[in-house]
Design a protein. Structure first.
Length: 422
């Protein structure tokens, strides 16, 4: 459910939608060719006759509906389960036909072993023939105007030679922002408070509500971009050459990828590169968090797919399908494993940023937030581990393994927690 304040903010942006949308004017907006990369794992649980119920298809449909289409679409199947558990191979044939209709090159790669999101994204970047890459999560649905962000990315690249990424907005199971925050808190890595959340999902910058600051770009006046330290993955435009130059998304060898986005952001900061964000709501995606039975259990806001004329689902129907609990789709895993990986990986990457930041400061903060207080904000809408002793054991193992540069598999973690609980 939305709180009264969240509903108020959502209603405001729905009612004032056009005021906060990017609508390019004038001529000469020739955009460069770009590649779109989607990493997928077990996001096609339905066979061909029910293909429209698969989130991978929802995502691809939204990509192929863009006002500015990609030159190529790359789908990396990161070792999805074989049929009948998953039908990604069958979906690839449908996607290929749709790409051919749009004259879009389609590349489909299957990993024989699971690589996880960080390495798979790097694979996609290495394959891509264009320097501008649009990374889209396979449980995100884009507005058809999301690709207009390419025009703004060009502007950012033109005005700042150190720009390497444009983070596009993202809302989880809602159509518009539901909270307002200060722009100074968006996309920041706070070394003192260790606030590592991007403050981008479902958020809108306070300073842009009444009178958004603007800059002149050709014949247009565009919102002044926010320069950030950190970013929220799932809907980003990035330069391939600069991304690979700094080593791409870091892999922390954990059972699921976590923290690789902040890790890439830190690599970019160290190289002197900048991340930009334009708070235009029509550049957003809806993140469905497919397979997650926690968080918002229905879609809120404007459902722009409600009256679609094909046989596809509306956003409301997609969310209804998404809240069915499904482990091992994307990065959906039992919450015990999720929190273990989160605590461990952030300890590793923060220690790389500054000695003591991960193994001392983050370790202390995560103990307070996760073990002692069991704060909902720490849970990332994954639900609560209610047993205090289980939380303590998860934390102990995570910090120990970050310090020793080791990691448990899911089976090893289960074994350790079961022994503790006996």
């Amino acid at each position: 459910m939305l709180s009264e304040e969240e509903q108020k903010v959502l209603n405001f942006f729905v009612e004032n939608n056009s005021r906060y949308c990017f609508a390019p004017i004038g001529v000469g907006h020739k955009t460069p060719a770009y590649s779109c990369v989607v990493i997928s794992r077990n996001r096609s649980p339905y066979p061909q006759k029910e293909y429209i119920k698969n989130p991978l298809i929802w995502c691809i449909d939204s990509i192929l509906s863009q006002k500015i289409l990609p030159e190529e679409l790359i789908v990396i199947n990161d070792h999805s389960d074989p049929e009948p558990a998953d039908f990604t191979d069958k979906m690839a044939k449908i996607i290929k036909e749709r790409c051919q209709e749009k004259r879009i090159d389609f590349i489909y790669k299957v990993n024989k072993t699971r690589k996880n999101a960080a390495i798979a994204r790097n694979q996609g970047a290495q394959i891509a023939k264009n320097n501008i890459i649009h990374f889209v999560d396979d449980d995100c649905v884009l507005r058809n105007t999301t690709s207009l962000g390419l025009i703004l990315f060009q502007y950012a690249l033109k005005t700042d030679q150190k720009c390497f990424m444009l983070n596009l907005p993202q809302n989880t199971r809602v159509s518009h922002p539901t909270s307002i925050v200060k722009s100074s808190l968006m996309g920041k890595i706070e070394k003192n408070s260790l606030n590592l959340t991007s403050n981008l999902t479902n958020c809108y910058p306070e300073e842009y509500v009444k009178l958004p600051p603007r800059e002149k770009y050709g014949e247009m006046k565009v919102f002044k971009p926010i320069v950030m330290d950190n970013f929220q993955g799932g809907n980003i435009l990035v330069l391939k050459d600069r991304m690979l130059e700094i080593g791409g998304f870091p892999d922390y060898r954990s059972p699921i990828s976590y923290g690789e986005e902040t890790g890439l952001a830190i690599r970019g900061l160290k190289a002197g590169y900048h991340i930009y964000y334009f708070p235009y709501i029509n550049l957003a995606s809806v993140h469905l968090t497919y397979g997650n039975s926690s968080g918002r259990l229905q879609f809120y806001g404007y459902d722009w797919l409600k009256k679609r004329t094909d046989d596809g689902l509306s956003l409301k129907q997609m969310v209804k399908e998404s809240i069915k609990e499904r482990f091992y789709t994307g990065m959906r895993v039992p919450r015990e494993l999720y929190f273990y990986v989160k605590i461990r990986n952030f300890a590793v990457l923060l220690e790389e940023l500054k000695k003591g930041l991960g193994l001392q400061d983050w370790a202390k903060k995560s103990y307070t937030d996760f073990v002692e207080n069991n704060e909902s904000k720490f849970q990332d809408r994954k639900g609560s581990v209610d047993n205090n002793e289980t939380r303590r054991k998860i934390w102990e193992l995570a910090v120990k393994h970050a310090k020793n540069n080791t990691v448990y598999s899911e089976k090893q973690l289960d074994g350790a927690l079961n022994r503790e609980n006996k």
